[in-house]
Structures are given as structure tokens and as C-alpha cells.
Design a protein around this ligand. Sequence first.
Ligand SMILES: C[S@@+](CC[C@H](N)C(=O)[O-])C[C@H]1O[C@@H](n2cnc3c(N)ncnc32)[C@H](O)[C@@H]1O
Length: 387
Amino acid sequence: MSDLSGKPDFRGAATLTFATPPARFDVEVDLRGHSQPIDGRYRWYGRIRPHDELDAFMAECGGRNRSGTLRTESGEGAVTVSEVDFWGRYRLQGAGMPPYPVDGDSGETESGDSGETDAGTAPVSDAADALDRAVALMEPDARASVELSRGYAELLGGTPAPSPTAASRAMNNRVVASIYEKLWRPAGVAMMGLGGLSMTAERDKAVADLRLSGDMTVLDVASGPGNFTKHLSTHLSGDGVALGFDISEPMILRAVRDNRGPHAAYARGDARALPFADGTFDAVCCYAALYLVPEPFAVTQELLRVLRPGGRIAIMTSYGREAAPVRTLLRAGSRRIGVTMFDRDTFPSIFASAGMTEIEQEIRGLAQFVSATKPATEPATGQAFGP
Ligand SMILES: C[S@@+](CC[C@H](N)C(=O)[O-])C[C@H]1O[C@@H](n2cnc3c(N)ncnc32)[C@H](O)[C@@H]1O
């Protein structure tokens, strides 16, 4: 992967053409890209500086995503033009050979002059760039339909999240989203009796358990307002990205507002069907969520599926105690609000039967932390997860 955080690989003039209806535009673009570690394909992406005629054309065509060809002095490539970002720039995405030299031998490549400041020539912003890198990790279908105009990747077409329980209703409430990081989560931690583990220590534990560094790709599932995602992202560099993934619009909007960064981006989708190919991420995190989702084992299966061989997973979920009367009481109370209490063995044995190694469990009050490493090769038999 290239280590050009914030700098385009190519900046300059290009010609954008469409076949139907036929159209041609001379545009100024910022482009960058990298090879995917999994499939080895080169993915490139970028922005077109504001362009009135292109605006009019896109509006006339009425389509958000249009396929065309982008040509520069050094080459051409098939490109998808999607919607404008906050600064009025159309987003571009392509796969395969990019329309610029990838080895840095162009005069414009890696020029590093990112000091332009007016709106029309502003450098690609770091946060928008992190979002592009995250979108590049998605399956082609998801990339084609994703909507990016609000600063995150919307994968559910704006459909509201299902809220069948009191707990899920809370997670989809704007007020809860706005106080979640500072008040709600710390109160929850106190209630779960995490034995003096501060928020900072809990975040550091996630970083250590996931063994984060450099240009790793990290998926933070059920990321809420990004309270862990942002912290995970600060341990990455280069093209590394931590993608917070959550189903709640208020939570994601809050994450975009409070916790974006050069290595942190967000997507709204359903963790029961993650839009990533098998083995996409170097690390997968899922804190304080498996006890809230209606199908925790389907989600666990997805977490393991998208983790690359040798990658690390870290979860934090509920622990329902061993003593039968306490357990019964806890289970009855939590079921009423839509929270599942898990026992000590459930996740370590799911991980073990998936062939995971280095399984570690730490129990603190009503919470358990479980981390593990995905085997380098798949276990011999297919796995059905669940107790
Ligand atoms: C308690 S918050 C956890 C936030 C953060 N990970 C933390 O540790 O503080 C649980 C999150 O799970 C999300 N969630 C619930 N069901 C989900 C699903 N099917 N897909 C994605 N996110 C989901 C909720 O929207 C909520 O933001």
C-alpha cells in the first residue's frame, strides 16, 4: 500500500466521457489508489473539482452513479462518478489500471503541493479520503449503490433501523446518540461493574487485543457514535482505516460529527449482512453490541467471515454470571428490555470451533472481553455458530 496519506497520487487535467448520452467534459481531478491486499486488484478513487456543466449533465441524467471513462495524459480507465461531497466535488471510483502512473514516474504524481486553500482547488480532505478507502473495501454491489453525500457510506438507502425492543429504540434515538459517548456509555460501564476499567483503559485494551498498527484495515461493528472507532484509528497510519459500521442513523451522524479523522470513516448498514468479501479486514472489533442485536450468532459469523486469516478479533459483550438464581434474575430483567446475557463459554467455544487460536477471555462484572486470532487456513468442516 502507498503511504501518501492526504496527498493525491495524481492531480491535474483529465477528460471525462460518457457513452449514453454521449458527453465529454474537461475536468480537474485529484486521484489516488492502492492495491487490495486480498484480491491484489488496484482500486483508485478521487474527486472532480466543481464543474458547472458536469453538474447540469448529472442533474439532467437524474442518476447518482454514472459510468464513464476518465482519460489523462498517461492513460485511461473506466470510472464511476457518484454524488458530490461537502465541497461540491464529484466522487470518482475505479478498479484495475488507473489513468495515471502508479510508480510515481509522472511529473504530477506525488507532487505533495497540498497547500492550495480556496474551495475550488482544496486538497482532498483527509476524512473524505478515509471514507473513500473504506468504500474501496466494499463488495462491488455495495460500492455501486452506496450513497456518500452525508459524509458516511449509506448502505440502507435511508431505511430506518428496525427498533423492536426498548434497547434498540434507545440506540436509534437522537438524544441518546448525542449523550452516548459522554454519559450513556460511562453509565452503562458503571452498571455492568467493569471493576474500575476506565473508558480510556477499555479503548486501550481493544487496541492491544487487536494488535493495531500501521496501514491495517479495521472494522468496528456496531460502532455507535464512533467512540471506539476514532480511538482505534489513531493507532493507524499510511492508508490504514478504521471503519465504524452501525445501523442507527442518529449514531452514525454523531460519529461523522464528532469522530471522523484521517483514518476513521463510517458506514450505515446491517451487521447481519456485512458488505465485504471474506477476509477483508486485518482486525474486527465489536464492543457492547452482541447483547443488543436480535441475531448475535449470525453477526458473530459475519465478524469471523470478514476477518482475514491471521487477523485479530476482539469483542466485548454481556456476562450473565454462573450462580443460577442471579443468572435467572438477570436474564428475566434483561430480556424485557431486549438485552441477551451470555454465559462464560459461549464465545470462547464459538471461536474455538471456528479454529481460532490465541483465545483469551477476561470477565469483569457483567461484561466479558474475548479476543482471538483467525487461523491461517480454514477449519476442515463448515461451522454453524451458536450455542
Ligand atoms: C451500545 S452501542 C455500542 C457502541 C460502541 N461499540 C461502544 O462500545 O460503546 C450498540 C450499537 O449497536 C448498533 N446495532 C444494533 N444492531 C445492529 C445491527 N444489526 N447492525 C449494526 N449495528 C447495530 C446500535 O445501533 C448501537 O449503536
